[in-house]
Design a binder for this molecule. Structure first.
Ligand code: COA
Length: 168
């Protein structure tokens, strides 16, 4: 049973990212991860990768903020697989359902494009993210030794065998 908290505590606008979001994506990423994706990685997702979908949530107060984006989710729609690559929410906006809303949006896109199952990997120590994915019924199926650096850490591989239809 998927948690019913699919509606966040405010109504975020979710849109697909474009090249104009590059600076804001890099800032958000650097604020959220010990080993952030590089600008080049984001560029690669934004241009020339037909599998890639990058969803962003703009700051509710608009572009004049120091963090114009408050959340993003990157995934690949690869035939029948929806692969989650990365997900981050600005610390000031956490625990309001934004990550859940972004995951639901990616699942809807996946289903529309013929994806059947979801796949992801997560740091073993990231219990918040593991709990979030478990709430969508992702199951842990393998562990990759020392997959991550800074700190050196295992990856937990999780799969959702049958993507669910989710209400809007
Ligand atoms: C993980 C992250 C994306 C969650 O974002 P969020 O918008 O705060 O998550 P949500 O509000 O949608 O929470 C959904 C569920 O996740 C779990 N969760 C989220 N934050 C939690 C916390 N601090 N403690 C325990 N569970 C938590 C809960 O199950 C929560 O449901 P609930 O609020 O109904 O209890 C955010 O904490 C983050 O950006 N962390 C740093 C980057 C990161 O770790 N990304 C994931 C990489 S795999």
């Amino acid at each position: 049973m998927i948690s019913t908290a699919l509606s966040p505590r405010f109504s975020p606008l979710i849109r697909i990212a474009g090249p104009q979001d590059l600076d804001a994506l890099v800032s958000l990423e650097e604020a959220c991860f010990s080993v952030p994706w590089s600008r080049k990685s984001f560029e690669a997702e934004l241009t020339g990768n037909p599998f890639s979908r990058l969803f962003v949530v703009p700051h509710p107060n608009g572009d004049e903020c120091s963090f114009p984006l408050i959340a993003y989710l990157s995934c690949w729609l690869v035939f029948d697989e929806l692969r989650f690559l990365n997900l981050a929410v600005d610390e000031a906006f956490r625990r309001q359902g934004l990550a859940r809303t972004l995951i639901a949006q990616a699942i809807r896109q996946g289903l529309e494009n013929g994806c059947q199952r979801g796949l992801l990997e997560v740091r073993a120590s990231n219990h918040v993210a593991r709990r979030l994915y478990q709430s969508f019924q992702f199951k842990e199926y393998a562990r990759r030794k020392s997959y991550y650096t800074n700190p050196d850490e295992d990856a937990i591989l999780m799969a959702l065998e049958s993507l669910p239809s989710l209400p809007l």
